[in-house]
Write a protein that binds this ligand. Structure first.
Ligand SMILES: Nc1ncnc2c1ncn2[C@@H]1O[C@H](COP(=O)(O)OP(=O)(O)O)[C@@H](O)[C@H]1O
Ligand SMILES: [Mg+2]
Length: 424
């Protein structure tokens, strides 16, 4: 990569410097490793309690930290701007969805590559996102918003929305507080869940718990992994996304690439492009979630202006040969990444959950081999577990590799059938 500062003969050329906004999330490790491989010096904006839990490897890849007051976005922006000047930062990258608006404002304040700060709140707040999508004609579920549950139900009825409805908070992630509500009797419980979390800890980032009720889109779900560089959108992959059914929608796995006809794939990519354009994405990664309705029409569920989590970047690398984490770092530094696919293979991840609430006795796993590349169990006997209601109840995962999506999906089904999560 070209050095960011052009040195004279007398000056030593210094390594580019990146500020990552919270690396203690699932994309963080890949980003820090990619930055190190590019010879980039990486600083991290984090919270002391979060940083204390960073792995030794992540700490070793971090040149320094800044812990601003995240409870106050304006002062966090001031503190981070001062830090960026002091540390002569050349690029800013948010790994964590909750910090994407701050990253956009910081990049703009520093004159560095980033997304449009004016529209950045709409990349995080689903009420604003829905307003932008509606105004710009991006295909998305019809949505009403209210702070009061009675008003929410009234607005839903006036808008002609029928049950089931999806009820969710305007700001959260990982399916936290999201319910598919079959009838009015279940609305109070969904409202309670949507309002349960009012701030993201330990950072203390306030969450807008305005209630949203959305048209329920019945059908398969996908995500589109993209890099926007100098305003040019490039889609790296369409991921098939697996979730639980019923009232809760925890993610149970991902496969790259999704097995799709060319026409359907193109329709999904077009919807993603329209969503990214409407939200003012200019320089950085994005992760767009899309459902297909019964007639095959795409509906954009949400856009995250951040790298995908859940190991999806590893799946993209395995399936296409494109190093998405490297591309994220390069884009943040204003370097145009090479996104040319190197091969066409397939990769998948599946998450392990307890079948029901209780105490874990043991997890029986098959031997690795064949398509199964890795099995990781993070829970230990004696752990109190629950069945999945959002993405936080995972007790491990399996990673699979193969030549086609069908191959890895079949292998995943076989492997999952052999894994026994035994409760006491
Ligand atoms: N309008 C909808 N129709 C159908 N399913 C939905 C809808 N909204 C959300 N879901 C399901 O719930 C999951 C979580 O909702 P999402 O809006 O993506 O919240 P989060 O930000 O927590 O990921 C989605 O991945 C999808 O499976
Ligand atoms: Mg989502």
């Amino acid at each position: 990569m070209a050095p960011v500062t052009e040195g004279t003969n007398a000056e030593a050329v210094r390594a580019p410097r990146l500020l990552v906004l919270e690396a203690g999330v699932s994309a963080g490790g890949a980003i820090l490793r990619a930055a190190a491989a590019l010879g980039v010096t990486t600083y991290v904006a984090t919270h002391p309690q979060m940083y204390a839990n960073y792995s030794p490897e992540l700490k070793q890849l971090t040149a320094g930290t800044i812990c601003p007051d995240f409870t106050d976005p304006a002062s966090a922006l001031d503190e981070l701007t001062a830090f960026c000047h002091r540390a002569e930062i050349d690029g800013v990258l948010a790994c964590w969805e909750f910090l994407t608006p701050l990253a956009a404002h910081l990049a703009a304040a520093m004159g560095l590559p980033g997304h449009d700060p004016e529209r950045a709140p709409a990349c995080r707040n689903k009420r604003l996102m829905s307003d932008v999508f509606t105004a710009q004609g991006v295909p998305s579920p019809r949505t009403v918003a209210a702070r009061d549950p009675g008003k929410l139900a009234r607005l839903a009825e006036e808008a002609g929305l029928t049950w089931p409805l999806v009820v969710k908070p305007a700001e959260n992630a990982a399916s936290i507080g999201v319910s598919v509500v079959s009838d009015p009797d279940h609305l109070p419980d969904a409202v309670r869940r949507a309002r349960a979390e009012t701030q993201k800890l330990p950072h203390g980032i306030a969450l807008d718990t305005t209630l949203l009720a959305q048209e329920y889109i019945q059908g398969p779900e996908f995500s589109v992994e993209s890099i926007v560089a100098h305003g040019e959108i490039q889609h790296l992959a369409v991921t098939e996304k697996f979730t639980t059914g019923g009232a809760d929608r925890a993610e149970t796995g991902h496969t790259v690439p999704a097995a799709l006809s060319n026409d359907t794939r193109q329709a999904i990519l077009d919807a993603a492009s329209r969503a990214l354009t409407s939200l003012g994405l200019r320089d950085g990664p994005s992760h767009t979630e899309i459902k297909l309705s019964a007639d095959g029409s795409p509906y954009v569920i949400e856009v995250g202006a951040r790298p995908p989590g859940d190991g999806i970047m590893d799946l993209v690398a395995e399936a296409t040969g494109v190093d998405q984490a490297r591309a994220c770092v390069q884009t943040a530094l204003g370097v145009r990444p090479d996104l040319t696919p190197r091969h066409r293979r397939a990769a998948a991840i599946r998450f392990l959950y307890a079948p029901h609430a209780g105490t874990l006795s043991r997890v029986d796993v098959p031997l690795r081999g064949g398509h199964v590349e890795e099995i990781t169990v993070t829970a230990v006997p004696g752990d109190e577990l629950t069945a999945p209601h959002d993405n936080l109840q995972r007790l491990g995962h399996i990673s699979l590799r193969g030549m086609t999506a069908h191959e890895v999906n079949d292998a995943a089904s076989r492997a999952l059938a052999q894994i026994r999560v035994v409760m006491k």
